[in-house]
Each structure stands twice: as structure tokens, then as C-alpha cells.
Design a protein around this ligand. Structure first.
Ligand SMILES: C[S@@+](CC[C@H](N)C(=O)[O-])C[C@H]1O[C@@H](n2cnc3c(N)ncnc32)[C@H](O)[C@@H]1O
Length: 214
């Protein structure tokens, strides 16, 4: 098990208890996402965490396949969906890298709070493009640390080695947008909330993007 999986497994219970840092921004992102949904749609969410967002969106689509590499996250997510009587989500412990599905399977792919945690962001973005149907959308919310915390790059590897933080990659919003465009997406919607989701030196500003496959 790599250090990032260990980190997220250890964090899962605490993560599920944390209040949403910026409720207004979260609600706006849910609302914007929902405008792309239709009742017959198949959705993939990767890095679904404890399933909160999938559970909120589930009534608006046909099915959500929600994956996360942390077994503890998935366990909590399954419990929450069961408690709310939501039965059109399939939660699975799986990495996005290991996921194998036919091309053009999903109408919408959600990758929320995860692209900056991937070793291989570009490959994952290309994979998402492949598995989306034509006209499908990739909804992302990503901490672009290269815009606010470039210094973090220098110390990140020590924190990962010590198991204090998960793998975190530092890149700018522009770099992320270029990766999406290079993979064949067009940027359909873009929003950066004013407020950081953290105080002090850790200024995590999430960039919310809806990228469309032609
Ligand atoms: C910051 S949390 C975000 C959770 C949720 N999407 C949210 O917005 O609250 C990142 C999640 O991604 C998962 N994760 C990180 N890398 C992953 C990978 N390569 N494949 C699948 N899940 C991954 C972690 O286990 C964790 O639950």
C-alpha cells in the first residue's frame, strides 16, 4: 500500500466529519454540475471520498459509478448512501489508473479535489476524454497550488515521505487548462471562488472547470 492510500485511509473518518469549508461555493458547484445532468445519464466519479457529492447528485441521474482507492472512504460512503436509501450509486475501491471501461461509456465524469493528487494528471485527463461519450463533460474542482503556494513544491516530498501529507502536485490553473485542451476538451465553464478553502499559509483556491468533449 503506498503512502497516499495509507494517508487517505487514516484520514477518512475525520474527513467525513469535516464541515464544508465554503458552503456557498459548494452549493454553486453542485448547481452548475446539475445543469449538465439528464435523468438517463451514466456518471463516473473518481476520488469520490466519503461519497457526499455522489449522494447529492444521485437523484438527478440514472447511475453513478463512484470509485476511490481508500477502502475506508468507500466503507463510509456505502454506509451514508444506505442510510439515505440511495441505491443508484455503485461504490468501489479502485484507482482511476486501474479503472478499465470501454471508450465512450459515461455522459459525465466528476473529478473533485483530486487532479492535484495524481502522479499522472495528463494521462488521467486523456483517459477521461476517451471514456466520455461525445458531448460529455468532465467536471473538476482542483487546487492549483502553482498560483498561490509555489513554495510548497520544495517541501512536499518530505511530507509525503513522512506520511504527513498525501502526494500533492503543484501546477497553475493555466497549466491545468492547457492539459484539458491538449487532451481534446473545450472549456465550457470556469469559476474560481474568491475565498480560499484554508486560512493562513495554506491558501487552497479551488478552480472549478467544466470541460466538454466535442
Ligand atoms: C481531497 S479528497 C476529495 C474527496 C471528494 N472528491 C471531495 O470532493 O470531498 C481526495 C480523494 O481522492 C482519493 N484518491 C486519491 N488518488 C486517487 C487515485 N489515484 N484513484 C482513486 N482515488 C484516489 C483519496 O482517497 C481521497 O478520498
Amino acid at each position: 500500500m503506498n503512502n497516499s492510500v495509507k494517508f487517505w485511509d487514516k484520514t477518512a473518518e475525520n474527513y467525513s466529519q469535516q464541515p464544508i469549508a465554503d458552503e456557498a461555493a459548494y452549493q454553486k458547484k453542485l448547481q452548475v454540475t446539475r445543469e449538465y445532468f439528464k435523468p438517463d445519464m451514466s456518471v463516473l466519479e473518481f476520488g469520490c471520498g466519503t461519497g457526499s457529492t455522489a449522494i447529492v447528485h444521485a437523484p438527478y441521474v440514472k447511475h453513478i459509478r463512484a470509485i476511490d482507492f481508500s477502502s475506508n472512504m468507500i466503507k463510509i460512503a456505502r454506509g451514508k448512501a444506505e442510510a439515505k436509501n440511495i441505491n443508484n450509486i455503485t461504490f468501489e475501491q479502485l484507482t482511476i489508473e486501474e479503472l478499465t471501461v470501454a471508450d465512450e461509456t459515461f455522459d459525465v465524469v466528476l473529478g473533485l479535489g483530486i487532479l492535484h493528487l495524481l502522479e499522472n494528471k495528463k494521462e488521467v485527463i486523456s483517459k477521461v476524454h476517451k471514456i466520455l461519450k461525445p458531448g460529455g463533460v468532465f467536471v473538476t474542482s482542483t487546487a492549483c497550488l502553482g498560483d498561490t503556494m509555489k513554495w510548497f513544491k520544495g517541501i512536499a516530498s518530505i511530507g509525503v515521505f513522512l506520511g504527513l501529507i498525501p502526494l500533492v502536485k503543484v501546477f497553475t490553473r493555466k497549466e491545468l487548462e492547457n492539459n484539458l485542451i491538449d487532451a481534446g476538451f473545450t472549456i465550457d465553464y470556469h469559476w474560481q471562488p474568491n475565498k480560499s478553502t484554508r486560512k493562513g499559509v495554506f491558501k487552497l483556491k479551488g478552480v472549478f472547470i467544466v470541460a466538454k468533449k466535442a
